[in-house]
Design a protein around this ligand. Structure first.
Ligand SMILES: C[S@@+](CC[C@H](N)C(=O)[O-])C[C@H]1O[C@@H](n2cnc3c(N)ncnc32)[C@H](O)[C@@H]1O
Length: 284
């Protein structure tokens, strides 16, 4: 059924869905394939197949997805982590100094900060999202991957999430300089970056199942980058760095936003497919 419907990964999809319905792992599926299943289980397999046939991804149906070698649970508020985003994690791991502290804005399932922390026991971080249901999932994923003690979760609108008045350290020195301990070595984000118009044209698998809040970057897709570029400097330690994931055609526009905000040594990094994927910018 799945192959006839055009799914390129029909056999794999079918194995994952049948395994999920029966509670079998890959080995059990292979060794017990000649066993009969009850009508009840057969009908739950059909139910999952029907969902797949309407375009829902296997990860969304089974409720979890692998990213950077770790398992991330998903709910309706979280974007399904994409393999492209692993580049952002690779670059963050290289850029983070020993004992470094970072923030991930728009964390969704928490796939970015949790992957970093799982590979860097010396590091700690903050993860924020405007959607409390996404943060709930990020919290669970942090627990399940053993890094919750080093990840502080904050709800709010971009940098606004970092401003809880009671625990916010007093300003030191002049102007709006923030105390050293509230600043970061690294600011990361994979923000929504698709223009509102283009969101409507995406494949049903994305448009109908990934949360709109995770996709829509406003009229030109650059709205979140404008905010991040304008405000990141105030939250970075001297010499700190910003790494943001971008759409394949946004390298120049996003680089210009960071240049206009006073960042230096701006570069555009390519993913494994050779497409522009991450903009890196240094705070002077
Ligand atoms: C493209 S998704 C990325 C999710 C995750 N970091 C990943 O890479 O899979 C963007 C995330 O930004 C969050 N978001 C959207 N608008 C926001 C805002 N104004 N402030 C903070 N987070 C926001 C969404 O809820 C979503 O989780």
């Amino acid at each position: 059924m799945l192959a006839a419907n055009g799914a390129g990964t029909a056999t794999l999809d079918a194995k994952l869905l049948v395994g999920h319905a029966l509670g079998f792992d890959a080995l059990q599926l292979a060794t017990r394939e000649s066993e009969f299943v009850s009508t009840l289980l057969a009908s739950s397999v059909s139910e999952l197949m029907q969902r797949r046939l309407t375009g829902e991804s296997v990860a969304r149906i089974i409720g979890h997805k692998e990213f950077y070698g770790l398992e991330f649970a998903l709910n309706e508020a979280t974007l399904e982590p994409r393999p492209d985003t692993e580049l952002l994690v690779d670059l963050a791991l290289k850029a983070l100094p020993t004992g470094g502290r970072f923030v991930d804005l728009g964390t969704g399932s928490g796939c970015i900060p949790i992957s970093i922390l799982a590979n860097r026991p010396d590091a700690s971080g903050v993860a924020s999202d405007i959607n409390p249901r996404a943060l709930e999932m990020a919290g669970r994923n942090a627990e399940r991957n053993g890094v919750s003690g080093r990840l502080n979760l904050r709800q709010g609108d971009w940098f606004g999430a970092l401003l809880p008045p009671p625990s916010f350290p007093p300003h030191k020195g002049e102007g709006d300089d923030r105390a050293e301990e509230s600043r970061f070595d690294l600011i990361l984000s994979n923000p929504p970056y698709i223009s509102s118009e283009v969101v409507e044209t995406l494949a049903p698998e994305v448009k109908d199942f990934d949360p709109r809040l995770a996709l829509d970057g406003g009229p030109d897709g650059l709205g979140p980058y404008r905010i991040i570029a304008a405000e990141a400097g105030a939250w970075l330690k001297p010499g700190g760095k910003v790494l943001v994931e971008i759409g394949y055609d946004q390298g120049a526009a996003v680089s210009n936003l960071f240049a206009a905000a006073g960042f230096s040594r701006i570069s555009v990094e390519k993913d494994l497919a050779g497409l522009d994927r991450v903009v890196s910018a240094h705070h002077i």
